[in-house]
Design a protein around this ligand. Structure first.
Ligand code: NAD
Ligand code: DAU
Length: 341
């Protein structure tokens, strides 16, 4: 099999490229990525020497570029993925997440190949109690979530109308190595290391269900090989945590690892104005995924978060290069007026 992986230079995509190359010695991978601010080929430096791996720089919105690629199935990760950025400017989200997905669907239709769409639990919106199931209504609340919900519906429409072989996964919050430090977990680790204030939105009581990125990659693999065309699969761990509990837990571990005073590190926490439209709780039921594909998460949160912290502490060059570029402009736009310190 030759898999086209879109967005393979990003956080989850690069972990997925590595997972596929290691798990399937007879598979080839084509990584197609525009290399936006979030795409980084350093994430795949250990895969470059493989003769089963190739990289093509390009935009999923460019149909001519897609036509030139050789592959027999598509796993689609490429997206604008950060909620806060979609609040600052929704346009790139509509372009890549909606129009880009349509271009890929057209290509899947033309070639009659499998299309696996990597979506998110955010399409369901927020839930007070209980869980979202695959047939729960889509109620997205941020421009990011709305763009992902739109692309989910477009995938559905191409399955129904054009009979393409399509599958959709909706995963919860990922953490692990190579995550861009705009997202909560790496941002907290790096700000703690750099003794910068740690912005906690609102009252810090929003809840997310955290999954180790490799478990998500294993789930996408399971759906690609054992999923049924036309079906949607929720991917999660039922590992719910409030943001403030998660932040305190990370800071405690960072203090321990760096031999710093825990109270000093915890004092970096600063409650800031809430994110606009901030979803209170995400919670999905992954039973369908577990029953129909046999997938189960394998990484215990305590182990996963400890190894993630260790990874960021040992890969300073990786994040120093990222945070020395345009990152600080974004950081100032996002936090400048909100942080007091
Ligand atoms: P990311 O922002 O780290 O990476 C996105 C990648 O897509 C980057 O390499 C970027 O260069 C590439 N890209 C962006 N626009 C492109 C375009 N027009 N053409 C080609 N490449 C383009 O994102 P991530 O966190 O790895 O998320 C990957 C996918 O998983 C997204 O579709 C996201 O919605 C979904 N998802 C993410 C999470 C999470 O917790 N991060 C959870 C569930 C689902
Ligand atoms: O649920 C899946 C989604 O998870 C994915 O679809 C998205 O691509 C991914 O970015 C993630 O979205 P979130 O908005 O949940 O993740 P983020 O890391 O941005 O924020 C996690 C929580 O932490 C959220 O409640 C907002 C809060 N937060 C975030 C940042 C960056 C803070 O309190 N302070 C911060 O500085």
């Amino acid at each position: 099999m030759k898999i086209l992986i879109t967005g393979g230079a990003g956080f989850i995509g690069s972990n997925f490229v590595r997972h596929i190359l290691a798990s399937y010695p007879d598979y080839d991978v084509v990584n197609f990525d525009k290399l936006t601010y979030a795409g980084n080929l350093e994430n795949l430096s250990d895969c470059e020497s493989s003769d089963r791996y190739s990289f093509v720089k390009g935009d999923i919105c460019d149909p001519e570029a897609l036509k030139k690629l050789e592959f027999d199935s598509i796993v689609h990760f490429a997206a604008e993925s950060h909620v806060d950025r979609s609040i600052l400017d929704s346009q790139p989200f509509l372009q890549t997440n909606v129009m880009g997905t349509v271009m890929l669907l057209e290509e899947a239709k033309r070639r009659d190949c499998t299309f696996l769409h990597v979506s998110t639990d955010e399409v369901y919106g927020s839930i007070g109690e209980g869980y979202f199931y695959e047939d729960s209504p889509l109620m997205p609340n941020s421009p990011y979530a709305a763009s992902k919900a739109s692309s989910d519906l477009l995938v559905r429409s191409y399955i129904k109308t054009h009979k393409i072989k399509g599958l959709i996964t909706r995963c919860s919050n990922n953490y692990g190595p190579f995550q861009f430090p705009e997202k909560l977990i790496p941002l907290v680790i790096l700000n703690a290391v750099n003794k910068r204030p740690i912005p906690v939105y609102g009252d810090g009581m929003n809840v997310r269900d955290w999954i180790y990125v490799v478990d998500h990659c294993r789930a996408v693999d399971a759906v690609l090989h054992r999923g049924e065309s036309g079906e949607v699969y929720n991917v999660g761990c039922k590992n719910e945590m409030t943001n403030i509990r998660l932040v305190e837990l990370i800071l405690g571990k960072v203090a321990e690892k760096l031999g710093r005073d825990e109270k000093e590190v915890l004092s970096l926490i600063e409650y800031v104005d809430d994110r606009k439209g901030h979803d209170r709780r995400y919670a999905i039921d992954p039973k369908k995924m577990e029953d129909s594909t046999g997938w189960k998460p394998e990484t215990d949160f305590a182990d996963g978060i400890a190894s993630t912290i260790e990874w960021y502490l040992s890969n300073q060059k990786w994040w120093e290069r990222i945070t020395s570029g345009d990152y600080m402009n974004y950081y100032k736009a996002q936090y400048g007026d909100r942080l007091k310190r």
